[in-house]
Design a protein around this ligand. Structure first.
Ligand code: NAP
Ligand code: NAG
Length: 329
């Protein structure tokens, strides 16, 4: 025993620098991981008797959000395009939450007809809608078009949700106090709305398109909040963090192998979907936000978005353009 202790002591003394480095690196990694994990929604708000609709709820942070809403007792409508995946997810959510009031409805945001069909179903069959969560998203896909000929990322991330929200506004107003939560991204900071080439026909890159669509999310939140002042419907946009989900499905296969080698270990440090859902949940239920509208959040706290996301004139111009693109005006 004494010999063993001596040996350990000797080893430690002769490897002080190495051991210190390992310790510091370990503590640093743990600290970094905790910092990445971000804020947690502390609200205990219950949602019995409330209805929540979440787009893209079959996987990723949408699925975690749906589970949380179900655990709070809400009627949860999962609006998804892949009905097989959605029914499997809904089964898991019903089982985990013990809440049987979780339903799946078809929604393909890349089709205005599909958006209108879902909105009609909701208007006709739901007595109220208390929380609408625009979560679904597609990131950095090739130059694809929606059914209606719009560039895919702008079409799904912004236009589809723009139309859906507008079609559901009467029901949301009738249900006030009610909320609209829009999942954007930090990527909006690189964004610019290309008003003269909104579908990026002249100059498509996956990054330019994604950041434009996520900037559109923040501008939509701002303009919608202004238009809904005094109605009891409040609006929030947010960055959920960097989270390990299926969002990288189009980007990852295009990366060079040295980039993949860097990304892989990094993915161990990023948020899990449960952590990634916290800011969405916070915006959807936290009591302290009841009288706040139009702001941008990250890590369960308000944040100042990029200057181009605070541009009133651009928000109005985007509203008019979106209106005419989806055929509302
Ligand atoms: N993960 C991150 O690090 C991160 C960072 C910043 C912002 N965000 C935002 O967070 C949101 C959720 O993303 P996630 O990370 O959870 O990604 P995800 O795992 O890929 O989930 C995205 C969801 O959107 C759905 N969706 C895609 N296209 C659709 C369409 N045309 N119609 C209906 N639903 C569609 C997907 O359905 P399918 O399964 O059928 O494809 C899926 O349910 C997105 O808005 C994203 O921009 C994520
Ligand atoms: C929101 O406003 C209502 C009505 O003015 C008030 O009763 C309530 O306390 C406010 N809530 C918060 C969290 O500020």
């Amino acid at each position: 025993m004494q010999n063993y202790m001596d040996a350990v002591k000797h080893f430690a003394e002769s490897h002080v620098t190495g051991l210190t480095l390992i310790f510091v690196a370990g503590a640093g990694l743990l600290g970094f991981r905790r910092w990445m994990a971000g804020g947690v929604c502390r609200s205990k708000a219950r949602l019995e008797g409330k209805t929540v609709l979440i787009t893209g709820a079959n996987t990723g942070i949408g699925k975690e959000t749906a589970l949380d809403m179900a655990q709070r007792g809400a009627r949860v409508i999962m609006a998804c395009r892949d009905m097989t995946k959605a029914h499997i997810a809904a089964d898991q959510i019903r089982q985990k939450s013990g809440n049987g009031n979780v339903v799946v409805k078809k929604l393909d945001l890349a089709s205005l007809q599909s958006v209108r069909d879902l909105a009609k179903d909701i208007q006709e069959n739901e007595e109220h809608l208390d929380i609408l969560i625009n979560n679904a998203g597609i990131m950095m896909c090739p130059k694809w078009k929606t059914d209606d000929g719009f560039e895919m990322q702008f079409g799904v991330n912004h236009l589809g949700h723009f139309l859906l929200t507008n079609c559901l506004l009467d029901l949301l107003k009738k249900s006030a106090p009610s909320r609209v939560v829009i999942v954007s991204s930090l990527a909006h900071q690189q964004g610019k709305i290309h008003f003269d080439d909104i579908n990026l026909d002249k100059n498509y890159t996956p990054e330019r398109s994604y950041s434009q669509s996520k900037l559109a999310n923040v501008l939509f939140c701002k303009e919608l909040a202004a238009r809904l002042q005094g109605t009891g419907v409040t609006v929030y946009s947010l960055h959920p963090g960097v989270i390990k989900t299926e969002l990288g499905r189009h980007l990852y296969p295009t990366l060079a192998s040295w980039k993949k080698a860097i990304v892989k270990p990094f993915m161990l440090l990023v948020k899990r979907p449960w952590e990634g859902a916290q800011t969405t949940i916070y915006c959807a239920v936290d009591e302290s936000l009841a009288n706040v509208s139009g702001l941008y959040y990250s890590d369960c706290a308000p944040k100042t978005p990029a200057p181009q996301a605070l541009d009133d004139a651009a928000a109005k111009k985007l509203w008019e353009l979106s209106n005419s693109m989806v055929g509302l005006a």
